[in-house]
Design a protein around this ligand. Structure first.
Ligand code: PAF
Length: 273
């Protein structure tokens, strides 16, 4: 596996390549969720690039940028053992300069749900993803469904800015008890880890209701909120795949999303129906 930290060097290295490129952007602290993105990229492309970059512009003031888990050496080993061809490992000043051009998230879709509790977060996400896609110029880029709003906005950016990369959505990887895998799970104490299970359980309740034919959004949300009681809920929403609020679950076109705080840790999860 080749490790490159300079964007120009990576561009130069990939310049005359005629292979299909699969790209998995990450912020490191790799877990099974990232591995499922990497596996899918390896299965579908001739060359796989993974980036590890804890992007400062997507953290708001007072968020966990400084304490965000960093496991550089372990991450390098994981990438190399998984068959990644190139690890892009830039420093912040390789990616950002002063007085920067940036991508602005849309006024509505970028400021609801997670964007409401983290205003400006998606500007940072879209800007860095645009930069990374321009550096790697992949055929396919892989993102997890757990970050459904991020995935929705990146797909929208690619479409609206007429970019040619294909965005691939990958299913959420879960612990054996159902907790969605996340780099932030390491922040949970033993008791919080148990409490956090209410999130995936609430989605299972929603799934159970839908399979029984109960499709009314309000009815489902009430039951989910009951299950989530004790947690600081940021939102429970039922949306279409286009991220519009829907009054009834439409099988094949719905996503149910939860964001809740367990202790100080904000956790996201969702189910695609
Ligand atoms: O999902 C993430 O890990 C990050 O938001 C991403 C897409 C790598 C951009 O920094």
């Amino acid at each position: 596996m080749k490790i490159i930290s300079n964007p120009k060097e990576l561009k130069e290295y990939l310049k005359n390549n005629d292979k299909t490129i699969g790209f998995v952007p990450t912020m490191g602290a790799l877990h099974e969720g990232h591995l499922s993105l990497i596996k899918e990229a390896i299965a579908e492309n001739e060359l796989v690039v993974v980036s590890i970059f804890v992007n400062p512009t997507q953290f708001l003031k007072g968020e966990d940028l400084d304490s965000y888990p960093r496991k550089d050496e372990a991450d390098k080993k994981i990438c190399s053992l998984s068959g990644v061809d190139i690890l892009f490992f830039p420093h912040a000043n390789d990616i950002y300069g002063e007085d920067e051009v940036s991508v602005i998230a849309p006024n509505v879709r970028g400021y609801v749900l997670e964007g409401m509790s983290r205003p400006g977060h998606f500007n940072g996400v879209l800007t860095v993803v645009m930069k990374l896609l321009n550096i790697v110029e992949p055929t396919n880029a892989y993102f997890g469904k757990k970050d459904a709003q991020q995935l929705n906005l990146i797909t929208l950016m690619v479409k609206q800015l007429f970019m040619s990369v294909n965005i691939v959505a990958v299913d959420t990887a879960r612990e054996s008890d159902g907790l969605a895998m996340s780099s932030r799970n390491v922040y949970l104490s033993k008791d919080e880890r148990v409490e956090a299970l209410k999130i995936s359980s609430s989605l299972q309740i929603a799934f159970g209701m839908v399979t029984k034919g109960i499709l009314d959004s309000d009815e489902i949300i009430v039951k989910m909120r009951e299950k989530l009681s004790g947690l600081e809920i940021s939102y429970v929403e039922i949306l279409s795949r286009e991220f519009e609020i829907i009054r009834h679950v439409e099988i094949g076109n719905s996503v149910i999303l939860v964001e809740a705080k367990v202790g100080d840790t904000r956790l996201l999860d969702n189910i695609w129906l």
